[in-house]
Write a protein that binds this ligand. Sequence first.
Ligand SMILES: NC(=O)c1ccc[n+]([C@@H]2O[C@H](COP(=O)([O-])OP(=O)(O)OC[C@H]3O[C@@H](n4cnc5c(N)ncnc54)[C@H](OP(=O)(O)O)[C@@H]3O)[C@@H](O)[C@H]2O)c1
Length: 358
Amino acid sequence: MKPSFKVGILGATGAVGQKFVELLDGHPWFTITALAASERSAGKPYREAARWIGARPIPDAIADMAVVEATPDLDCDFVFSGLDASVAGSLERQFAEAGYPVISNARNYRMDETVPLLIPEVNPDHTALIERQQWPQGGFIVTNPNCSTVGLVCALRPLHDAFGVAQVQVTTLQALSGAGYPGVASLDALGNVVPYIGGEEDKLATEPRKLLGTLSDGRVVPSDIVVSAQCTRVPVLEGHLECVSVQFEQPATPAQVREVLTSFRSPIAALNLPTAPERFLQVFDEPDFPQPRRHSELGGGMTVAVGRIRPCEVLDVKFVVLSHNTIRGAAGGAILNAELLVQQGYLTQRDAATVATV
Ligand SMILES: NC(=O)c1ccc[n+]([C@@H]2O[C@H](COP(=O)([O-])OP(=O)(O)OC[C@H]3O[C@@H](n4cnc5c(N)ncnc54)[C@H](OP(=O)(O)O)[C@@H]3O)[C@@H](O)[C@H]2O)c1
């Protein structure tokens, strides 16, 4: 028996929405049955409503599907949300109230104490927070972190387990696709670096504390890691690179850091989830790796790359981490979240039983 779910995409026409469409094409468990966006797009076929930016064409089954307004009457078992944050708060709440599980990329509910902020390889047990949500008819909200938080925390998880992470200095070099479409004006982006991304540094300071927190009596006790972040936008299409320095609670050498990152075993490895990469972390020894253009797509964009592990003259150890912002940092991360929720029994069909594998 394999699971079979009908899924809707809120914000289906945006940069993240398009990644959902791309990644769900041929997914073994999830079939897109609803594409929703603003009233500007509603009523149009998807190929007209979306300014498609994918490298491959729009999947045939989706191109002529009509986009509908994001109202909670969609024919689906749950929704993925790639909604703009200005509308995600109220629309996601409406869907949860109407009994839909909402697997969101937006920032609005990330720090709500009853909402899991989830990376399956980092904190799979935090899904227990769902039980504290009070929506009627089985609705709930699960979020994934900001795209720059994701790479950082994936690298910190094994290190925190092994040595205790006390303080982190991180400077990000973030890709243009992280700003959606059309995103940053070309005259600001080309041949330039913009040393400011609104709200981003605050997310990097707060979200890791929740992600690396421990679950106790159904609540997350945040970790007391201190993160100092500087965020920049660089003229790269996909892949957020981050330069990280870490101070540990227990002494750790670069060689020990490398060993811990290399030998980390993902806690969800045995579940064989369709979107989980074979390698969660890939450590490079080449002095000039990882690079966004060469390594963002590792593991289908779900592998997080680490390199340049060396002593830090100010804190203890420094390194570089790279993650694909619209796959691992957005749509791919959300799909993996949904797969974990299926395996844990939180996601169930609204009106049908599982279908037999042919
Ligand atoms: N890009 C990334 O790397 C990334 C990573 C992690 C998280 N996120 C988050 O994911 C979300 C989407 O980001 P994005 O980059 O895909 O943004 P985007 O390209 O601007 O897309 C926004 C989507 O929201 C829809 N929308 C806007 N107003 C609406 C309304 N009133 N009712 C219904 N739908 C509405 C848009 O539909 P129309 O086309 O009809 O206007 C579009 O589909 C944001 O919350 C963002 O912070 C993005």
